[in-house]
Design a binder for this molecule. Structure first.
Ligand code: NAD
Ligand code: ZN
Length: 359
């Protein structure tokens, strides 16, 4: 069976395209009582972008601080309840921020029309009703959350996405000028999420021409951004990284992520380590599996003076490492993509534990 993948219905791309958001939302405001919910990264509170939000009438704006933790099921349930109790069902939800905010917006849009806790819907095709119209506006490039069909949430039992055809945004607005203010370390960690998506997607057993076409192009763009003559955070490179993120997401949609992501999920679940950073910590030690990719990754980190700590595992307990290993090995699809259908004969829990101990 080939995957039958849903896609973002509409995309606006280009520097300054954020200014079109008001016009894009206008047709969705059909009745006088219709209102929009803007979920915005708290970084933008009090900044110029706040004054440019096309807010009107009964619209609600939530500034969400994503720094304490990655999105949780509890957080989604609270937001949903707050919206429904205050004003009922909105005409649309607009997420403006990085992967965290985009995932929150996707999950809230779905949970507004599905009963109970978002915890119940972590998994594939568990959602019963389509969500409300939702728009994604990335302000940092790399996760591919703008095109993916999942909203990754940490729940009481697992870190797993709400994944279904209705998770995908109805509209995205890709304005690379919004990423100009991303701190350098974060620009590296989240940008490397794309680089690693592509390396993993094009090297495993599920690779195919579709995922390679997007993956190779995204890798070329990443090389320009992180190693090329005009490398760095500047308008030209910010455009390239935004497109790389999109293509990286499309590449893995028709393939799969691999060992780095399997380990990274273990790190995030047990230590609360953030996705992009956890990927970098893990990938730094995966030269046995992705020799070329890891070599390039190290060159990129060195060029941008990114310090990746070593010997972190000295401070982890045996129980923590065991739990990381368990979480990681639970992601069968990633291991099977990376090592083949008989992956369990190729990697033992002991070897995975040793990979964590290298970090
Ligand atoms: P993020 O959204 O967690 O944000 C990281 C930091 O960057 C925050 O402090 C935020 O305030 C700041 N920030 C964002 N935009 C900024 C800007 N323009 N200027 C200054 N600061 C800015 O970062 P991320 O790496 O984009 O997202 C990580 C999250 O994405 C994780 O929760 C991960 O699980 C999720 N993810 C989802 C998918 C998916 O397909 N749905 C894929 C990969 C990762
Ligand atoms: Zn990722």
């Amino acid at each position: 069976m080939y995957k039958n993948i849903p896609a973002v219905a509409r995309t606006v791309y280009g520097p300054g395209s954020f200014n079109q958001l008001g016009d894009i939302l206008a047709p969705k405001r059909q009745r006088p009582e219709d209102f929009m919910v803007f979920i915005v990264d708290n970084y933008f509170k009090g900044k110029e972008l706040e004054t440019r939000l096309p807010v009107q009438g009964r619209d609600m704006t939530f500034f969400v601080d994503v720094t304490p933790h990655e999105p949780t099921t509890e957080q989604i349930d609270h937001l949903r309840d707050a919206i429904l109790q205050a004003q009922g069902l909105p005409a649309g939800v607009i997420g403006i921020g990085g992967g965290s905010i985009m995932d929150i917006a996707k999950a809230v849009a779905l949970m507004l029309t599905n009963e109970g806790s978002s915890e119940q819907y972590q998994g594939l095709n568990l959602i019963k009703n389509p969500g409300v119209y939702h728009v994604g506006v990335p302000t940092i490039s790399g996760t591919g959350a703008e095109v993916s069909m999942t909203a990754v949430l940490t729940g009481p039992k697992k870190k797993l996405g709400i994944k279904c055809e209705w998770t995908v945004f109805d509209q995205i607005v890709l304005d690379p000028t919004l990423t100009a203010t991303v701190p350098r370390d974060q620009w590296f960690y989240t940008g490397m999420d794309t680089f690693i998506h592509c390396i993993e997607s094009i090297t495993g057993h599920m690779q195919n021409t579709y995922s390679q076409a997007y993956g190779y192009k995204a890798l070329d763009l990443c090389r320009e951004v992180y190693l090329g003559p005009n490398s760095g955070q500047n308008p030209e490179m910010n455009e390239k990284l935004m497109v790389a993120s999109l293509f990286g997401g499309l590449s893995l949609t028709y393939s799969e992520v691999g060992i780095c992501h399997a380990l990274s999920y273990g790190l995030s679940y047990v230590l609360g380590m953030r996705h992009g950073y956890a990927n970098c910590i893990a990938f730094n030690h995966l030269e046995d599996f992705y020799p070329e990719g890891v070599r390039e990754f190290k060159a990129m980190a060195a060029k941008h003076h990114i310090y990746l700590p070593q010997n972190l595992s000295r401070n982890w307990t045996d129980e923590q490492i065991e739990k990381m290993t368990e979480i990681s090995l639970g992601l069968h699809h990633m291991w099977s993509h990376a090592l083949g259908p008989h992956w369990q004969e190729k990697i033992t829990p002991q070897q995975v534990q040793e990979l964590f101990e290298r970090m």
